[in-house]
Design a protein around this ligand. Structure first.
Ligand SMILES: [Zn+2]
Length: 212
């Protein structure tokens, strides 16, 4: 890996030698080397990271192109509730003026739509570092309406999260699967007090074991 970064350093530019601190330059390069033409991972229009998901593209204004987990490690899933309908969430994530979007939306009926690739950084947590390290999953409904959190939703979301955890080696626990409310600096309260964390983590664990 080091050797490859070294070679990329020569290609990316002469600023590296002038930068002085080799460690800093290395860190920068680790995040940039994939931008060199021909290095970036191939992307196909409409491709999804989760087999059960349907692709609908979010506006590029609501996420940042990246090459995770090569440039930023993924060690977290952030759980959200939309405070609105499934269609409403899709619409705002397509709106370049919204300034935010999650990777996935899970509906009350269990359907899953992916709007941003996992390799890209979605603006969902309101915290740059947490956006860079996490996958964001929205759930249709309102935080004060426990009836919105259906069996179909819990089960579909748990399968999705189990897949994310499997792909990046993320432990299935409350340190790594968190609510938006737990992101430092946030003023959001989702998923709210009616989200059943014990039940959800149990379902994720079961789905994770079934995958393995
Ligand atoms: Zn949220």
């Amino acid at each position: 890996m080091d050797r490859r970064i070294g070679r990329r350093a020569l290609i990316v530019g002469g600023t590296v030698a002038a930068a002085g601190t080799v460690a800093l330059a290395r860190d920068e390069l680790r995040r940039l080397w994939w931008r060199v033409p021909g290095v970036e991972k191939p992307r196909k229009e409409g491709e999804v990271d989760y087999r059960g998901a349907e692709w609908v593209a979010a506006s590029p204004a609501n996420w940042r192109r990246a090459d995770r987990p090569e440039d930023y490690g993924i060690d977290m899933v952030v759980i959200h509730v939309t405070q609105g309908s499934f269609a409403g969430a899709v619409k705002v994530f397509q709106d370049p003026g919204h300034g935010a979007a999650a990777h996935y939306i899970v509906g009350k009926d269990g359907r899953v739509t992916q709007m941003i690739r996992e390799l890209d950084v979605a603006y969902h947590a309101g915290n740059r570092a947490y956006n860079e390290r996490s996958v964001g999953i929205e759930h249709e409904g309102f935080v004060d309406r426990p009836q919105d959190f259906t069996n179909a939703m819990y089960e579909a979301s748990a399968r999705l999260t189990a897949g994310v955890c499997a792909r990046y080696g993320i432990p299935v626990d409350r340190e790594h699967i968190i609510g938006h409310v737990e992101v430092p600096g946030t003023d959001h309260t989702d998923p709210g007090p009616h989200w059943d964390w014990d039940r959800y983590l149990g379902l994720v664990r079961r789905a994770r074991t079934a995958r393995a």
